[in-house]
Design a protein around this ligand. Sequence first.
Ligand code: ZN
Ligand code: ZN
Ligand code: ZN
Length: 254
Amino acid sequence: MGELKVLGSGTSSGVPVIGCRCDVCRSTDPKDKRTRSSVWIRENNLSLLIDTCSDLRAQALLAKIDRVDAVFFTHHHADHVNGLDDLRIFNHIQRTVIPCYASTRTTKEIVRMFPYIFDGLKPEGGGKPRLDMKILDGPVDLHGVTVIPVPVMHGKESVNGFRINNTAYVTDCSFISDESARLLEQLDTLILGTLGLKSHPTHFTLKEALAEIERLKPKRAFLTHLDHSLGHEATSSILPDNVKMAWDGLEIEI
Ligand SMILES: [Zn+2]
Ligand SMILES: [Zn+2]
Ligand SMILES: [Zn+2]
């Protein structure tokens, strides 16, 4: 049995949003403080990250992450990759190159966004992450842990969710095809991206996410990648019994 920890449950701006005075941004409930979305999975002595979000350093310190055996990227948007440079600390600790799995498109974008990491030049002092970018084109088996990519649409972009055992993490998403829905059958836990209340071209609203949960029928679901229109307590009180709001630090057995 392994564990999944939600490192961050917030949308791209995080919550509170800089400069915002709304009730949720001024809330004193710790569950309304959301860093950018990412999860940490420990299974079979492996330590896996999904995404290297903008808040990776703070999240790693808080969760006491001391090892990263591999990273799986959902997609290349800034909130999901901007902590990439922080991986170099794990290179130092482990003295290994870190394998990073991503789609062809995400890999291309990451290389374009972080040219200094991939230019093959030795840095003068400082240092840079040593990463082995691996193209993700199907399930990956790492020491007995199988990570299954689940392609979903995020607006017009095809991005990846991931399934490990009977748990799936599908963050930025606005459409799940029937084919991908089949990869999400018989789940114990689905963690699903849910932006907020207002309709959005690239993310599920609360209403749409609840309809997807109805369709996919996991035993239970957690909502993540949340914006400031969804206060933890108020939203929790209107959710069906098997659906909960995720929060930073939430731990789930997988
Ligand atoms: Zn995002
Ligand atoms: Zn706000
Ligand atoms: Zn995105």
